[in-house]
Design a protein. Structure first.
Length: 265
């Protein structure tokens, strides 16, 4: 049996895909990159070859993630320029130190660090509440925070406003998959969307009231109901692929009763 040929995407194909993903015309991209629309067309069809500087400029204008900028460079015949280091690497000490300070400083409230796939990278001690009573298979490495949030045997079974939170998280995940071009995020979205919750109507549409500000997480915790909301922070000027994909999610009490419960804990 003969070998199966593997199609490697050309620079032009990758550029066109990112331009279309960003819903930008050739003319608009050309104006932003200070080149002619004809040149952009020639790059996409392979009739012209870009310089390394042009690859970097086009990727910047299209807000291509660093991981995919490396792919564009390689497809154009250049070496990748953005390193991808392990979080535990010696060079990443300054990043680890910042993450540790943020996680510790957010106590007694939960905080987690996740990667591009929402896999858990680090957490503070208060985040242990999300792991309580969760089956061992869901806590096997890598632990996925989105999966923990919606799985019926994890937080999905404890959320009192599941339909509302589920709709928000699935929308967020779908938008992230489209923007990043990360196929595994699309697979994760489809997995989470397939979860079933007997007795729960997932089609309930929440109409915000006059006093609503944020979508809360209303979590059943014994005889109490914890109300929380989250914020997400990223590093502002990353030049490393790993750092560019890290996100810090911090959980905050949504009412005085929740704040008091965490204070006592």
């Amino acid at each position: 049996m003969g070998a199966v040929a593997v199609h490697e995407e050309s620079f032009g194909e990758l550029l066109r895909a990112w331009r279309q993903r960003r819903r930008v015309s050739q003319l608009d991209l050309a104006i932003e990159a200070d080149v002619s629309a004809r040149h952009v067309s020639f790059l996409e069809t392979g009739r012209a070859r870009p310089s390394r500087e042009m690859v970097m400029k086009l990727a910047e204008e299209l807000e291509v993630p660093l991981r995919h900028r490396n792919r564009l460079l390689v497809a154009a015949g250049f070496a990748p320029v953005y390193p991808e280091r392990e979080v535990r690497a010696p060079e990443m000490e300054v990043v680890r130190r910042a993450l540790d300070r943020i996680l510790a400083g957010h106590e007694p409230y939960p905080a987690v660090v996740v990667d591009a796939m929402w896999n858990l990278v680090a957490a503070n001690s208060a985040a242990g509440m999300f792991m309580e009573g969760v089956p061992a298979e869901l806590l096997a490495e890598p632990v996925n925070v989105m999966r923990l949030s919606l799985h019926p045997q994890a937080m999905g079974g404890r959320l009192l406003n599941l339909a509302e939170v589920r709709a928000h998280l699935l929308h967020q995940l779908r938008r992230q998959a489209e923007a990043s071009g990360h196929g595994r995020l699309a697979e994760l979205h489809d997995e989470l969307a397939s979860y079933t919750y007997p007795g729960v109507d997932l089609n309930v549409a929440h109409v915000p009231g006059p006093g609503d500000i944020l979508v809360p997480l209303r979590i059943a915790a014994g005889d109490r109901v914890l109300s929380m909301f989250t914020t997400i922070a990223t590093f502002g000027t990353p030049l490393d692929v790993t750092v560019s994909e890290l996100a810090i999610e911090t959980f905050w009490p949504g009412d005085e009763e929740t704040a008091a419960a965490f204070g006592r804990a």
